[in-house]
Design a protein around this ligand. Structure first.
Ligand code: NAP
Length: 298
């Protein structure tokens, strides 16, 4: 019997790589489309890819995005095409074909001024081009396919691609002292956990419990500042003989970036637990596993 099939946009990113690694064990066949097979700035290529999906297809996943938050400030047209227009084109094509659609979004839809963890129902107010483009993508997706699942996540890390964990390990090789921002808080999220959550949503859609659409928050626990996250990464590195730099707490104002970041990025993940029984991952375990894998590579 043919396994149920997932068509995924994105092949090389953090989440896409984990989806490729986990899909077979979750009972699915998966086609990962890289930029050369479907460039997200080309709506025709997106439509054609979905129309050509195999008969066994049950869901489409969008794991690709324009994720260069600072570069987006000077490249709004591309960020809009990839993050706002393309997801809407995907959702419309899924609606025509009768496929489920899972789209990944971000904490950057919020301005970070809340004094509580962000719930799905909290008002959005993106601070920059990237966040605005991702929010427009959410709106376009839900307009075209109200039953789509939008998974908002934050502070993604893994042993591959570009992320904070890898940057910290690299800096630890050459620096004995670092200043790390201590007034932004978030839930670091292993890309492996996101892939697991996406696959479990699609499994539920196949089974008796069924598919529930809308926006869901999913991030790692416990919530920490970037400084605390860095210290946990260095503590993990120390177990494998890595240099441990002294970490000084600095403020957002001490580390200016082209795009403003939300001070509070912590997502309330009760809805995905209630509907899909998906728990927040403990990011500390994933940090240890990723650090071990990266040290073994060196
Ligand atoms: N990273 C984070 O901290 C973070 C936080 C919150 C939410 N998210 C969201 O989580 C999702 C996955 O993020 P990630 O960290 O896994 O991303 P990532 O590692 O930065 O990978 C992005 C992927 O998008 C692809 N892509 C970019 N522009 C494209 C285009 N024009 N056509 C086709 N593919 C294109 C890239 O392909 P190439 O390799 O060819 O460039 C790459 O495979 C995204 O929706 C992101 O917005 C991420």
């Amino acid at each position: 019997m043919n396994r149920p099939h997932i068509l995924m946009f994105g092949a090389t990113g953090q989440v896409a790589t984990e989806m490729v690694a986990q899909s077979e064990a979750a009972g699915f066949s998966l086609t990962a489309l890289g930029r050369d097979q479907a460039d997200l700035t080309d709506p025709g290529a997106i439509r054609s890819a979905i129309e050509a999906a195999p008969d066994a297809t049950v869901a489409v996943v969008n794991a690709a995005a324009y994720t260069a938050v600072d570069a987006a400030e000077d490249d709004a047209a591309t960020a809009e095409a990839v993050n706002a227009v393309a997801p809407g084109v995907m959702a419309a094509a899924c609606a025509r074909a009768g496929y489920g659609f899972v789209h990944i979004s971000t904490d950057y839809v919020f301005d970070g001024s809340s004094d509580h963890d962000y719930a799905e129902s909290d008002p959005v107010a993106p601070l920059g081009v990237y966040g605005r483009s991702k929010r427009e993508g959410e709106v376009a997706v839900l307009q075209a396919l109200p039953d789509a699942v939008i998974l908002r996540t934050a502070w993604v890390f893994s042993a591959h691609g570009k992320n904070f964990l890898k940057t910290m390990l690299r800096l630890a090789e050459s620096r004995n002292e670092l200043g790390i921002v201590d007034d932004q808080r978030g839930g670091p999220t292993p890309a492996s956990g996101i892939a697991d959550a996406v696959l479990r949503v699609i499994q539920a859609g196949q089974g008796n419990s069924g598919w529930t659409g809308g926006v869901f928050h999913y991030c790692g626990a416990p919530a920490v500042s970037w400084r605390q996250f860095a210290e946990a990464i260095f503590a993990s590195g120390a177990k494998y003989g890595q240099n441990v730099p002294k970490v000084n707490a600095i403020t957002t104002a001490d580390y200016p970036t082209p795009a403003a970041r939300p001070a509070n990025s912590v997502l309330d993940c009760a809805r995905i637990k209630g509907i899909y029984d998906i728990d927040q991952p403990d990011w500390r375990r994933a940090v240890d596993a990723d650090v071990a894998a990266l040290v073994a590579q060196n």
